[in-house]
Design a protein around this ligand. Structure first.
Ligand SMILES: [Zn+2]
Length: 437
């Protein structure tokens, strides 16, 4: 199949191009970028008023398969990702069984290939069973067909500093990334939201900012000691942003991500005890939200990642203190970024796409993702309308789960088409699943 995307505004942070062009896709690749291209036998897509950008890359997706296929499968997570404009997702290892061996990461990788909608790149667990006690066989996962690059116990921080050090020392040998969910359990245990004035008022046990910042500081010190690449997952506090800024100024190999919910919402969202606003790390006060935005604007925080965390309705739909943390984010991330960061002028459109595509592709070393958009490159692209307004309706999600605090919210910016290696995975906003399964 070949496609001619006509008259869209190309925003390609990798090459610096920002101009109205046509893009010709033949077979799996981009074959021409220019003006007044002739379609020949290609399907013509009128992209007037639309943005053409490299496909988005998510560093942080929970797919729930294996183990909780009632909440999400790799196929449905892939469909949700495509609907959100993504062409690659990095899956977190907290499945059942845990992705802590070559066998499991290869299974996740293979199911991703089978779904065929996005590159599914498994992250591997740092410790066996995510128990924080014994290191997993990191080398075996790295050397497997899944080629694991990122290792994390996400959902938990690695509490044992010596174990964290040993894992980093080991990862240096094959340029692996140590990715941390920064949370000192002794300080966070039993908490349901940010610890502060609001948690006092609501009578809920809180998680202090220090629970995140202490581990971020420890890991930065260990990265300095070992030379290991360190990636800080879902940064949520002003203090962590400051630590990363200093680590980067020092030249350490530290990268970081932030989620759309942490730059969109504050702990005020918990005022009515909405279980869908319960996330880990928790939503923080306004000053932290502003620090996250400033960190994304100046590049201290490299990437926007979803922390897409599907949960069954019966689990989320209970009293806040019993509900598990997490929300589904793949289908709202681009619109929240455009609405909350680009529209108010915090980030340019080019910066937003850099944070959602180029930077995460660079962190994971994905040659085929993140652009540049030029002849000979794999056709991994998103076409979106930057100004279309729409109302988030969770019942329409391609994800199997519906847990989002953004239902009913009006947002700006809508994915129209996604191309994955030249195949149209989303056509006029509708995921074309059956075609590749
Ligand atoms: Zn996490």
């Amino acid at each position: 199949m070949s496609y001619l995307i006509k008259g869209g505004r190309l925003i390609d942070p990798a090459s610096g191009r920002d101009e109205v062009v046509d893009v010709l896709i033949e077979d799996r690749a981009i074959t021409e970028v220019g003006t007044d291209l002739k379609p020949g036998s290609a399907d013509v897509i009128d992209a007037g008023g639309h943005i053409i950008a490299p496909g988005l890359v998510d560093l942080h997706t929970h797919v729930r398969e294996p183990g909780r296929e009632d909440e999400e499968t790799i196929a449905t997570a892939s469909a949700a990702a495509a609907a959100g404009g993504y062409t690659a997702i990095c899956t977190m290892p907290n499945t059942d069984p845990v992705a802590d061996s070559a066998a499991i990461v290869e299974k996740v990788w293979a199911l991703g290939r089978e779904a065929g909608l996005v590159d599914v790149i498994p992250a591997g667990a740092l410790t066996r069973g995510l128990a924080g006690e014994k290191m997993s066989d990191l080398g075996e996962m790295s050397g497997s067909i899944a080629g694991v690059k990122m290792f994390t116990d996400d959902g938990h921080g690695v509490q044992d500093a010596l174990l964290a050090r040993r894992a980093m020392e080991y990862l240096v040998a094959f340029d692996g990334i140590y990715a941390e969910h920064c949370e000192v359990e002794a300080l966070a245990r039993g908490g349901h939201m940010h610890e502060g004035d609001r948690s006092l008022k609501l009578g809920l046990r809180g998680i202090p900012a220090a629970a995140e910042e202490l581990m971020a500081a420890r890991d930065i010190a260990l990265a300095r000691l070992t030379g290991c690449r360190l990636h800080l997952l879902h940064v949520s506090t002003a203090g962590t942003v400051k630590l990363i800024r200093e680590a980067k100024a020092e030249g350490l190999a530290v990268t970081a991500e932030a989620t759309p919910h942490h730059f969109t919402l504050t702990d005020e969202a918990l005022e009515d005890y909405d279980p869908n606003a319960k996330v880990n790390p928790p939503l923080r006060p306004e000053a932290d939200r502003e620090a996250i935005i400033a960190g994304l604007a100046d590049g201290t925080i490299d990437a926007i990642a979803t922390d897409h965390a599907p949960h069954a309705l019966e689990e989320k739909d209970q009293e806040l203190s019993y509900a598990p943390p997490g929300l589904v984010g793949l289908e709202t991330a681009l619109a929240l970024t455009l609405s909350e960061l680009v529209a108010p002028g915090h980030l340019t459109l080019t910066q937003a796409i850099e944070r959602m595509s180029v930077a995460p592709a660079r962190i994971l070393g994905l040659e085929a993702q993140g652009g540049p958009i030029e002849a000979g490159r794999p056709a991994n692209l998103v076409v979106f309308h930057p100004g279309n307004k729409w109302t988030v309706d969770p019942s329409t999600f391609a994800s199997k789960s519906r847990n989002t605090p953004f239902g009913g919210r009006e947002v700006t910016g809508q994915v129209r088409h996604t191309f994955y290696y030249g195949r149209r995975t989303v056509n006029e906003g509708v995921v074309e699943t059956g075609a590749f399964v």
